[in-house]
Write a protein of this length. Structure first.
Length: 166
């Protein structure tokens, strides 16, 4: 998807899910995270208008939604590639070669932080702790697949496998 500020719309079924999330919590504010997740699952990333949309659905200030979306690296604030690689460079990972992994992948793909390869297959992002400090360095793909104690050789294999699976 192009890097533009799309305006999201939930259909009737999705609005039922919105109501379900709203009903789960005593305060509507708590439903921000599942609603942002719904947006990301539908559109691939979360635009500024999408954050406003979630704020309007929950009757919350837009700034509050923006604050939640920007705090968590699991929410993508820009379009991402088919495989979005998030590499942790926080303390444990940094000490165990997190920057070596990040720089290696960046060089290999020819893209910098938060950029997408021209074919749209890969994007990379340097992130804070992913909760796997004891098995650093850590890389995750699309918030779903985790690779721990990663080496540059394993990173090469991983990229090759992902590319071949297209
Ligand atoms: S510091 Fe990298 S996972 Fe915690």
């Amino acid at each position: 998807m192009e890097n533009k500020n799309y305006t999201p719309v939930f259909d009737d079924n999705e609005m039922k899910t919105v109501e379900y999330h709203k009903s789960k919590y005593p305060a509507q504010m708590a439903a921000v995270m599942p609603l942002l997740w719904m947006i990301q699952e539908k559109y691939g990333w979360i635009s500024t208008d999408a954050m406003k949309y979630v704020g309007d659905l929950l009757k919350l200030p837009h700034d509050h939604v923006l604050g939640v979306a920007t705090f968590y690296s699991m929410y993508f604030k820009k379009p991402v590639g088919k495989y979005h690689l998030q590499i942790c460079t926080n303390v444990s990972c940094m000490l165990c070669g997190g920057y070596d992994i990040f720089n290696h992948i960046s060089r290999k793909l020819g893209i910098k932080n938060k950029e997408i390869t021209p074919d749209g297959i890969f994007s990379i992002e340097e992130v804070e702790c992913l909760g796997s400090c004891a098995t650093a360095p850590m890389l995750q793909i699309n918030n779903k697949e985790f690779h721990e104690k990663l080496t540059t050789e394993e990173a090469d294999k991983l990229l090759e496998n992902l590319r071949n699976s297209n």
